[in-house]
Ligand binder design. Structure first.
Ligand code: UTP
Length: 808
């Protein structure tokens, strides 16, 4: 059996050469072989083998030769079942026959002359089927594109020139735009037959000036003026009949619907059918109805283009106009966005497409083993614009200011949202900011490297961050905020809060980064911190005279050249997660306003103490400085006042010169009471009103290695008691500790340690940092304990906060 030969014995068990995975024992091997992955790959291999045995390789063709030409020529040797044309250059093809005998017939023919060409026909090479895991394949392709880019970038004289090169190298070419427009025209002609007076409008990267080769074609089918759906319309393109998958005519498969009551999904189902039946070269049509806005996806064979069609998406067309306007306002935006998008793609932070001359087009929408859900390009572009709004002086005005610059005819209200801005960039006075691209790029990284994502909501409308507390108490305050912006749409729920909150500039109830999880947000910030550090080095600024990598090349190289920041080993962070807080606590924090950090910190400290004491059975030998929450609050707010004062100031300080930008990542102060150290902006923090006071702390003793083997014990307890792991988290974990203490021997020497909590935020992500220090650790176990606590403590605190809030 083929599956048997796929499994090889290794010193540590087995290895499946087909799926490239290690399997520990025979029973796992049996399961693996029956599993979906192995079965799918096995089927693909069989199909490929069959194709190989039924096809010939044909070279010597020209790009103007079509599939139909090849079918016509080769069918004299037997029935042709498929033709695969090399799309990029059109110089070779694979001709597949239904019968293997046809191959011999084709190969034995001495001369193949077709349309004046002399074709060469060869047997297919016998290649071993090799599965390349997607991630590896994506990374390989990215690497290959970068490898081709490196020499060109390295020889340019400056980072500015490199950024401009990136823009020109990747931007959508005129010919590509023309081809897209033709396709849109064709779609328009077809759709108008079924939906009279409808309009197909492009939005997104195809037209927002940030499009790269092979980017998606985002389309909006505007049915505002369409009163009826003509199910019986006959679109009679010559190509139409050959597009019908099953030979039926298009009018027989479209049902009549009432457009006034039809849901977007129902309309899109018709759109999908029309695409399948009436549009030449369109295939792989399918609907994604689970998306925020349902969408029909399709692929256009000839243009090798991925298309998306949505209905009721007027706001996207308008925000595309907004991006076009921003590009026109300042010429530095485009190279900056192209560079940052490329950087984000290399670091696997954002969904991007790249064009490779010989390889398939990639779309990295997510990566299960990478940083998690990715930033979409729209969100990334908004981050760049927001940064430019916060430069000193601003490069791009706030959306509110743009609204004021518009004239009466430009007023625009869509779905109740105010979308007014000037139609032409000329209406916007030029910026007084003269920083070059190189400085702005470094500034971008510096800006987000020390950004307090946890407690901020990014608003391009206001051009500043809005406090998260404004959004914690859902509707009331949110609507108040909207009223200020003269939006009239009633009773909207607030944006979905997450680890990264970017309000759409127009649809203010939408967080465009709402799909991100903590991991992706952390990865983004970490990548900014690493890049910021690199941008302070000479290798960023100066061209290497020895032909070494410099400037953007090192920045783009995955993990290459950029020094990695290492986390503090004995610190544990408990992040402020606005989105995961219980309702009651959200309301309290909302009321606390600017003081929310100290209130939250107090609650976290109470939970931390409970976890150490009641769950992990640590003995408390001393607790000092707690219960003085007012002092703490005062110190915390003093720090916030000094460090977060205004985001504009922090960005400005770092952006005035490359050198200043470079200093931004210098020593930073973590603690609210460490008054002598520098804030990230290099400003001296004001002295605490009460002079220097030590942070509160606990001294704990732990006599057992309560962190070791917890998972196994937990499983046993759940099994014994038939308990659900969720729900009684605190009880369960306490029982786990008790069982470990009962069963395992005491540590040779008890571990004595100090835990000092403090809260940070304003100029970095809001979180509680616990600093752990050994007082006596002769058994050398503190590292292990900290490693365990790092994952355990934040989760426990989260569920305790919820429990406490439920009880209060
Ligand atoms: P994309 O994130 O796909 O951006 O959103 P893009 O610039 O087209 O990049 P590609 O396609 O990945 O290369 C496409 C468009 O969808 C709208 C915006 O108009 C954006 O330009 N959009 C996207 C929203 O309105 N809101 C969102 O949250 C995301």
């Amino acid at each position: 059996m083929e599956s048997e030969s796929d499994i090889k014995t290794t010193p540590r068990g087995f290895h499946c050469v087909l799926c490239k995975v290690n399997v520990p024992n025979q029973s796992s091997v049996d399961q693996h072989v029956k599993g979906r992955k192995h079965q799918t790959l096995s089927n693909v291999r069989t199909t490929r083998k069959t194709q190989e045995q039924h096809s010939v390789f044909v070279s010597g063709i020209k790009p103007d030769i079509s599939q139909a030409d090849l079918v016509e020529y080769f069918q004299k040797f037997g029935t042709v079942s498929d033709i695969i044309l090399d799309k990029d250059r059109g110089v070779f093809a694979i001709v597949q026959f239904s019968e293997t005998d046809s191959i011999q017939a084709a190969l034995s023919c001495i001369e193949h002359r077709m349309k004046g060409l002399n074709l060469r026909v060869k047997p297919r090479e016998k290649k071993e089927f090799a599965y390349i895991p997607k991630k590896k394949c994506d990374l390989q392709n990215l690497q290959q594109v970068l490898d081709r880019l490196k020499p060109q970038l390295c020889q340019l004289p400056s980072v500015n020139a490199q950024m401009q090169y990136i823009e020109s190298r990747f931007q959508l070419g005129d010919a590509e735009k023309k081809a897209r427009n033709l396709l849109v025209q064709l779609l328009q002609e077809i759709f108008v037959e079924f939906f009279p007076d409808s309009q197909i409008l492009q939005f997104g990267s195809s037209v927002n000036t940030f499009g790269i080769h092979s980017c998606d074609l985002d389309l909006f089918l505007d049915l505002e003026n369409t009163k009826v759906f003509q199910a019986r319309a006959k679109y009679t393109s010559e190509a139409a009949e050959c597009m019908s998958d099953d030979g039926r005519s298009e009018d027989s498969i479209l049902s009549d619907i009432d457009l006034s009551t039809a849901s977007p999904v129902e309309i899109l189902e018709l759109v999908a059918t029309i695409l399948r039946r009436c549009v030449p070269s369109v295939h792989k049509v399918h609907m994604v109805s689970s998306a925020r806005l349902p969408v029909v996806k399709f692929h256009h064979r000839e243009l090798n283009l991925q298309g998306d069609i949505t209905v009721n998406n007027k706001l996207a067309v308008r925000n595309t106009r907004f991006l076009q306007l921003c590009s026109g306002i300042d010429h530095r935006l485009r190279p900056l966005v192209f560079t940052i998008r490329y950087w984000a793609k290399q670091k696997q932070l954002a969904a991007c497409q790249i064009q490779s001359e010989v390889l398939f087009v990639l779309k990295l929408k997510g990566n299960p083993s990478g940083p998690g859900p990715l930033l979409n390009n729209y969100a990334l572009t908004l981050l760049v614009i927001f940064f430019l709004q916060n430069c000193e002086p601003p490069v791009i005005p706030t959306v509110d200011r743009l609204k004021d610059m518009a004239c009466e005819e430009e007023e625009c209200l869509i779905e109740g949202w105010n979308c007014t801005f000037p139609s032409q960039p000329i209406a916007v006075p030029p910026s007084g900011n003269t920083q070059d691209l190189c400085t702005l790029l470094a500034g971008f990284f510096s800006f987000y490297a020390k950004f307090d994502f946890a407690s901020s909501v990014i608003s391009l409308r206001a051009g500043r961050v809005l406090p998260i507390t404004d959004f914690l108490c859902n509707k009331d305050n949110y609507n108040k905020d909207k009223d200020q912006e003269k939006n009239t749409k009633p009773q909207q729920s607030g944006p979905k809060l997450g680890p990264l909150n970017i309000l759409d500039p127009f649809e203010l109830s939408h967080n465009v980064a709402g799909n991100l999880n903590e991991r992706s947000q952390k990865c983004f910030q970490k990548a900014c911190q690493d890049a910021e550090k690199y941008c302070r080095s000479l290798q960023y600024l100066r061209k290497s005279t020895k032909g070494k990598m410099w400037g953007l090349v090192r920045l783009f190289t995955p993990d290459g050249g950029v020094e990695q920041t290492t986390p503090d080993e004995l610190n544990i962070s408990i992040p402020f997660k606005s989105f995961a807080l219980p309702e009651a606590l959200r309301n309290q924090l909302h009321v606390a306003g600017d003081d929310f950090r100290s209130l939250w910190f107090e609650k976290v400290c109470t939970c931390v103490q409970k976890v150490f004491q009641s769950v992990l059975r640590c003995e408390l030998t001393l607790s000092a400085g707690f219960g003085v929450s007012e002092d703490l609050a005062a110190d915390v707010s003093v720090e916030m006042e000094t460090s977060s004062g205004s985001l504009n100031t922090s960005a400005n300080d770092s952006l005035n010169s490359p050198t200043n930008a470079a200093q931004v990542g210098a020593k930073r102060r973590l603690s609210a009471s460490d008054e002598t150290s520098l804030s990230p902006q290099g400003k001296k923090a004001r002295m605490s009103k009460r002079g220097k006071r030590e942070l509160p702390y606990w001294l704990w003793v732990q006599k057992h290695s309560v962190w070791a083997g917890r998972r196994k014990v937990r499983r046993e307890i759940i099994k014994d008691a038939d308990l659900q792991p969720e729900g009684s988290c605190m009880d369960l974990e306490t029982r786990v500790t008790d069982r470990i203490i009962e069963k395992e021997e005491e540590l040779k020497e008890p571990l004595e340690f100090k835990v000092q909590p403090h809260v940070v935020g304003g100029t970095e992500n809001t979180r509680t940092v616990l600093k752990l220090e050994p007082c006596s650790d002769r058994a050398g176990v503190l590292q292990d304990f900290v490693h365990f606590l790092d994952a355990f403590l934040p989760k426990m605190v989260e569920s305790l906060l919820e429990k406490e809030a439920g009880g209060s």
